[in-house]
Design a protein around this ligand. Structure first.
Ligand SMILES: [Zn+2]
Length: 429
């Protein structure tokens, strides 16, 4: 081994949830791989990075991101979104297919992968559309899309409303072992609603979206999973009722999983405040009872993934009356600090918290990442778990500045992000 591309990360708190590891150790990287963990012999000329006081963890895996390219480059680009990912300690993102053109053809998959490779900030794993053009009418060519590089399938942004089509999707996906991700909102029950239906919507005089809009679809889909045996994942689960259904399905041994976003477990619909369009997303922020249920679901291990639903928008899409504003918030750069609140509040320990953003989503998507195992690609993040800072949209690295955490006092700051042993983000640069 020569010291040329060798890096020793020295004296950090090494946390690798995949191997139940939480210990002070050194990490030796070479040739883009993790070569040793512990107290390795260090080759002459090896670059040493002190990680004293820092946590050394696998690079985060965010399984729910909207890159906006191709088609909506005025909102964000693949280069911009993955730059934000690197700043957030995220080294792998799964990219939702609601671009223009839609990711329903291998040529679009190739385009996204190539743009991501050239940008070089993070690994991008496209998610293919369940239905052609996201129209909810005919299934896409899942087999071809998977061969081209798609790691899962979703019509995210809208639900697959047709029960027969959803049944077919779950049946066909079994042939490829593919994961079907549902944006569970019944469009008829959402209607013209633009925030959670409750006390706050009444006070503001805004049309509400009932919890039932999510629950009826999750209930239906679980029946279809029982019928077909397909792997099913609820995106951005937001209600206590849907969580009860997922919990019961998992007890029955059905292949059902779900994710929760930081905004849904950290905020309630009161964050809409005085018609703040940066608190508008789909599904909407719910009430405190739902939020508590999500925390319980995380603590019990029913919710195994935290994902951002990172959805950058241009300013004009948000600077309009509340109901006309685009849905969605950015989240890549607040994912880690807001999730660390779960550790301070005793919901999860650090290992359990990091598992929801590393090995759990990586396994679900079949991505060979999310661990610090020797021999694996050196995608990792070094962060100070205690450093306090205030979220300010101005400081974010992507084009989208539509954060719902503006002004929030958080703790936990990404110091360095490595992608295949290469530094892709350093705090302050
Ligand atoms: Zn969605």
């Amino acid at each position: 081994m020569n010291g040329a591309d060798c890096i020793l990360i020295k004296g950090g708190r090494v946390v690798d949830p995949a191997h139940n590891l939480d210990t002070t150790a050194d990490l030796l990287l070479e040739g883009g791989l993790i070569r040793a963990v512990g107290r390795p012999d260090v080759p002459a000329g090896c670059r040493v990075i002190s990680a004293a006081g820092l946590v050394v963890a696998p690079g985060l895996v965010d399984m729910h991101v909207h890159l906006r390219e191709p088609g909506y480059e005025y909102k964000e680009t693949i280069a911009g979104a993955t730059r934000a990912a690197a700043a957030g300690g995220v080294t792998a993102v799964a990219a939702m297919p609601n671009t223009n053109p839609v990711i329903d053809d291998p040529s679009v998959v190739g385009y996204v992968l190539e743009k991501a490779r050239v940008a070089g900030h993070a690994n991008v794993h496209p998610i293919g559309a369940i239905t052609r053009g996201l129209k909810g009418e005919a299934l896409s060519e899942m087999g071809l899309l998977q061969r081209a590089g798609c790691v899962a399938f979703s019509d995210d942004g809208r639900a697959v409303m047709d029960s027969g089509l959803m049944r077919k999707a779950l049946e066909y996906s079994r042939a490829f072992g593919a994961l079907i991700i549902q944006h569970a909102e019944d469009s008829a029950l959402v209607g013209c609603g633009c925030m959670n239906e409750g006390v706050t919507s009444s006070r503001l005089g805004l049309p509400g979206i009932p919890n039932a809009s999510e629950e009826v679809l999750v209930d239906r889909d679980i029946r279809l999973v029982a019928l077909t045996g397909g792997r099913y994942h609820v995106a951005h689960l937001s209600t206590a009722g849907a969580l009860t259904a997922v919990t019961a399905a998992r007890v029955r041994g059905l292949p059902v999983t779900c994710e929760v976003t930081p905004h849904h477990f950290a905020l309630t619909d009161s964050a809409v405040g005085h018609y703040d369009t940066n608190a508008k997303m789909a599904p909407p922020l719910r009430d405190e009872k739902d939020r508590q249920a999500l925390l319980e679901g995380l603590a019990r291990g029913t919710i195994t993934v935290i994902a951002t639903d990172h959805a950058p928008h241009d300013i004009d899409s948000k600077r309009v009356p509340f109901c006309q504003a685009a849905n969605g918030v950015v989240g890549l750069e607040t994912l880690l600090p807001v999730s660390l609140e779960l550790v301070r509040d005793g919901v999860l320990d650090l290992k359990g918290c990091l598992a929801t953003m590393t090995c759990n989503p990586a396994r679900m998507l079949g991505i060979d990442r999310g661990t610090l195992e020797v021999g694996k690609v050196a995608d990792l993040v070094l962060f100070d778990p205690e450093e306090a800072w205030e979220v300010d949209a101005i400081d974010l690295h992507g084009s989208g500045r539509n954060t719902c955490f503006q002004g929030r006092q958080v703790r936990g700051r990404v110091k360095t992000t490595f992608l295949a042993g290469r530094v892709v983000h350093r705090d302050g640069t």
